[in-house]
Design a protein around this ligand. Structure first.
Ligand code: FAD
Length: 232
């Protein structure tokens, strides 16, 4: 259940790629418990009618520090992401949450198919870290799309995970536009075609996520079986 709004203090801000930033917040009043895949809302003191509410997925599972790790991409001219980039350690922001149902299934899936584009990888990374923290990963594939090679979020981390966990496959692709999904679609057909049992979870902007859900439905999955987290 979502907690009431409270103040969080900015602990750190660090570049992950040339156009993405990791932001670590510390809730000041009480710890916030959440599940991997969920998001929080930041109430930013900007815009024509402040606050401007912006949602950000949690990038790290809950930890003893109680810190909340978020990652955002710098939207050109974006009010929310522009404001977040200007923050300094010690600055304070009202936050609420956690929210969302984009979480791992309760029972072990036959094959977990995680598909994300760019900052859409954030909740998927949180899930993978949560699963890895519990021991070995279930049979799983991560299809990760980035706009350029220099913007491949968590690329090294996912490579290392795939090298250490034989049940996990990491398939990175680069595509400038979220609509240009031909390679991703081919791989999805290979993995989910011929009636194979998969649990798909897709995150990113609608132009990326929706055609992939449509493809999975063409391959025989029910709409409700395809979990989607769209950002715009
Ligand atoms: C449930 C949920 C979780 C989210 N989690 C994250 C997250 O972990 N990291 C993150 O960077 N963003 C996330 N977002 C998006 C975030 O809330 C903001 O919409 C985003 O930062 C853009 O806000 P802005 O004010 O800077 O841009 P705006 O001025 O609102 O411009 C938005 C436009 O920028 C484009 N755009 C480019 N990148 C994004 C993006 N990442 N999200 C939305 N629109 C984008 C879209 O085409 C859209 O039309 C999430 C959104 C939702 C609904």
């Amino acid at each position: 259940m979502a907690e009431p709004t409270q103040i969080a203090e900015l602990v750190s801000l660090a570049a992950l790629t040339p156009h993405t930033t990791e932001l670590v917040l510390r809730p000041v009043e009480r710890p916030l418990s959440f599940k991997a895949g969920q998001w929080i809302s930041l109430q930013l003191p900007i815009g024509d009618h402040p606050p401007l509410n912006r949602a950000y997925s949690l990038a790290e599972p809950p930890s003893e520090t109680g810190h909340l790790t978020l990652v955002f991409d710098h939207v050109p001219g974006g009010k929310g992401s522009g404001y977040l980039s200007s923050l300094k350690p010690g600055d304070r922001i009202p936050v609420s949450g956690p929210y969302g149902h984009f979480v791992l299934p309760d029972s072990k899936p036959q094959h977990l198919l995680l598909i994300g584009r760019y900052s859409g990888l954030v909740p998927l990374r949180c899930m993978l870290r949560s699963l890895a923290g519990q021991g070995s990963l279930p049979s799983s594939t991560l299809i990760a799309q980035a706009p350029t090679t220099s913007e491949q979020l968590y690329h090294e981390e996912f490579m290392t995970l795939a090298a250490s966990q034989s049940s996990f496959r990491y398939l990175p692709f680069v595509s400038e536009s979220p609509e240009n999904n031909a390679e991703t679609m081919d791989v999805i057909k290979q993995i989910a075609g011929n009636g194979r049992q998969v649990t798909p979870m897709i995150a990113g902007v609608k132009a990326f996520a929706r055609p992939l859900r449509a493809l999975l439905m063409e391959l025989g999955l029910d709409r409700r079986e395809v979990k989607l987290e769209t950002y715009d």
